[in-house]
Design a protein around this ligand. Sequence first.
Ligand SMILES: Nc1ncnc2c1ncn2[C@@H]1O[C@H](COP(=O)(O)OP(=O)(O)OP(=O)(O)O)[C@@H](O)[C@H]1O
Length: 303
Amino acid sequence: MIVTRGLTKRYGHTLAVDAVDLEVREGDRYGFLGPNGSGKTTLVRMLLGLVYATSGEIELLGQPVPKRVADVLPEVGALVEGPGAYPHLSGRRNLALLDATGRRGSRRTRRRRIEEALERVGLAGVDRRPVKAYSLGMRQRLGLAGALLDRPRLLVLDEPTNGLDPQGIKEIRELLLELNRDGTTVFLSSHLLAEIEQLCTRVGIVDHGRLVLDGEVDTLRGATGRVLLRTPDPAAAAAVLDGQVEHRDGEHLVVRYRDAAELNTRLVLAGVRVSDLREEHRTLEQVVLEVTGHGSDRFGGVA
Ligand SMILES: Nc1ncnc2c1ncn2[C@@H]1O[C@H](COP(=O)(O)OP(=O)(O)OP(=O)(O)O)[C@@H](O)[C@H]1O
């Protein structure tokens, strides 16, 4: 859905985006994660043909950007730099104005398109109010409704939860999950680790304009080679696993062991009761720390 090769943008001496090779596949929920100022907005703007690249290539839905961007944009819903709306008009009126621009289908079906988009984002009921009376979360959802008018195959969202409270963030997350379940590929940028961890199937980590790591979230959060064990017989377990217990706290033991199933069999055969046993996985924060040296002080940890 999105491919970039060696994508670079230079502003004077600032290398905002540095030779980025990106691949977003159909059906992905792709998180483009980086601290403020790492080049996320610049990359998103290049994808949509709003900013020209200094060098490199972009393909959006198989078409070169910016050359053929006008052909693919009707299939792409975008939300960049917060939603712009006329404050004194209602959400419905704002969407009608937006719908009247571009090639969004006939006027006859406009009302239905708008209705569907408002329903989708949960604004159908509140819609008569002017946008100036909307909360930030509602405005953000209205922006998303605008992005959904075309029933896009791909959504490109720049920090879609910026400035929202936890409830607003949750609503946007649920909406994006639902859209993705219905077949929309989602690409979003964020500086919030937890947000990406909760929403995305794949992640690209960007730091100082460079893509430092990308891949499946589940793969990146690989097993640590340790097993977290809970047993009412901790002393007996420690005796069986002599030398492999790294930490013991009451009934909880951290055991250096690669194969959780085998560990379970060994304990049960030795008559040790097991009340909980699972592989330990790295958090996305640990992964980010390893590749960038920054933790949640630069990447927001709370979502
Ligand atoms: N129009 C511009 N002119 C000059 N420099 C720019 C311009 N736009 C961005 N930059 C610089 O490029 C770098 C990347 O900025 P960008 O806004 O893309 O980062 P970001 O990751 O989206 O950050 P934020 O989350 O704060 O928006 C920054 O150093 C920024 O100052």
